[in-house]
Ligand binder design. Structure first.
Ligand SMILES: Cc1cc2nc3c(=O)[nH]c(=O)nc-3n(C[C@H](O)[C@H](O)[C@H](O)COP(=O)(O)OP(=O)(O)OC[C@H]3O[C@@H](n4cnc5c(N)ncnc54)[C@H](O)[C@@H]3O)c2cc1C
Length: 412
């Protein structure tokens, strides 16, 4: 049975993540919002500490890099057990990330060795590959100029060179989070575009591969601490052992395999939105109280001031998003298929996070809009969480398909 309180064994993780969020993320938030494209060197020391704590079972799971593969995995958490109610690495990652994003989501997204590419590796890699790529900072490159929401439309190709035993990748990838800073880039490419979705596979490319050419870094509305790279793959050669999973083009399975990544990463992105929204709510409450507006939970909202009433409505929406997200992570840890719930929580948290941030800016008026406060930054940062890993509209489409029992061909 699901229990939606923070599991006791993760209380320490939440506390240490909160400390990091306060002392390192918040403390450097504005600095790296202004200094776009400069590397937050403060994170290097933090990454070393987290590596050490991971080995000792401490803050492990605070980043996406530790998430397990597929809806069934629990990530091999040392504390998981057969049967019963598990809280494994998906829940740990969710709780840790939420807390860190209360600090700063842009800095979280550029934490060394915590890239979403590791989730892609975990979803489809074999044992040897898991070992070889373990602990590396991996970005994920799916999106192309002609393929965003419809990831099955990618045009990047991978052709096997029988003589050298290498795949040769050609194409263009855009909007790759941590693409410039990561050690590896997981690239989606098609073995045979005439065979559609099953021919799409993921390939691990070393960042310093000469065929992976950085085109430019994006300038962005928010999450400016995080680098977003565009690449050209120009006869980029990778050993054939770097194709993740099986090279077989099976009518079922291949694309489903790579899509499994999202069942684990979407709840995490939802958690990021929940973290940012909580930051907005907490600061707004403080500012309202300073202005003499009290929020009273013993009086019906409609009998209170408009500001207090709106605040209570935002909090209940936030709580609904949080509970949906915990459910999706819990299902992943408990080997229950969670594609539908992962999209539900991502849709709800992405929308609620963006709404809350903007309404908090509005409630705080000019104070909310000015750079003296972080509220305006959070309102810019949070929008990406309703876009990447599948937009709001795409999540709703997936939910509709799941509820109505329709395939992607039947409901587009
Ligand atoms: C800062 C940032 C970081 C990113 N990081 C990564 C990354 O690390 N790796 C990566 O691969 N990608 C990344 N992306 C890309 C991101 O995942 C895509 O932008 C996203 O999937 C949307 O694709 P698109 O921009 O091509 O929009 P489009 O797919 O062209 O969509 C445009 C609009 O149409 C709507 N729409 C599209 N199809 C439908 C439909 N069938 N029904 C209803 N509405 C629809 C969309 O919701 C959207 O509102 C990143 C993007 C940004 C901005």
């Amino acid at each position: 049975m699901i229990n939606l309180e923070t599991p006791r064994k993760f209380v320490g993780l939440v506390e240490s993540s909160h400390q990091v969020a306060t002392e390192i993320f918040r403390a450097n938030s504005r600095k790296y919002d202004r200094a776009e494209h400069s590397y937050p060197k403060e994170l290097d020391m933090l990454a070393a500490v987290i590596d050490g704590m991971n080995e000792g079972g401490g803050i492990g799971g605070a980043g996406a890099g530790t998430v397990s593969g597929g809806p069934s995995g629990d990530g091999g958490s040392p504390t998981s057990r057969e049967g019963g109610n598990r809280n494994g690495s998906n829940m740990a990652s969710l709780l840790g990330l939420t807390e860190l994003c209360w600090g700063d989501v842009g800095l979280l997204l550029t934490m060394p060795r915590q890239g979403l590419g590791q989730a892609a590796i975990a979803a489809v890699a074999n044992e040897e590959q898991l070992k070889r790529f373990r602990g590396k900072w991996a970005a994920m490159a799916i999106t192309e100029p002609e393929a965003g929401s419809d990831s099955a439309a990618i045009r990047t190709t991978a052709k096997l060179d029988e003589e050298t035993g290498e795949y040769v990748l050609n194409g263009e990838k855009i909007f790759v989070t941590s693409g410039d800073r990561a050690e590896l880039v997981v690239v989606w490419a098609s073995l045979d575009p005439s065979k559609g979705r099953p021919a799409i596979k993921s390939f691990v490319v070393e960042r310093d591969n000469p065929g992976l050419k950085l085109d430019r870094l994006e300038h962005k509305l928010g999450i400016r601490a995080s680098d977003t790279a565009n690449f050209v793959l120009d006869n980029c050669r990778v050993p054939k052992e770097n194709l993740l999973g099986s090279p077989e083009i099976a009518p079922q399975g291949g694309f489903a395999g790579v899509m499994q990544t999202f069942d684990n990463t979407r709840p995490l992105v939802a958690g990021m939105a929940i973290g940012v929204a909580r930051a907005c709510l907490e600061r707004t409450r403080e500012l309202l109280e300073e202005a003499g507006i009290e929020i009273d939970y013993d009086t019906p909202p409609l009998l209170q001031s408009a500001a207090a009433s709106e605040f209570i409505a935002m909090e209940s929406d936030w709580e609904a998003a949080r509970l949906l997200t915990m459910r999706a992570a819990w299902m992943a840890d408990n080997r229950k298929p969670n594609s539908l719930q992962a999209s539900m929580c991502k849709a709800k948290a992405g929308r609620v996070g963006t709404d809350i941030a903007l309404r908090c800016v509005a409630l705080c008026g000019s104070v909310g809009y000015a750079e003296d406060e972080l509220l305006e930054k959070w309102a810019r940062d949070v929008k990406i969480l309703d876009l990447f890993e599948g937009t709001q509209q795409i999540q709703q489409l997936i939910v509709a398909r799941g509820l109505l029992g329709k395939t992607s061909a039947e409901l587009k």
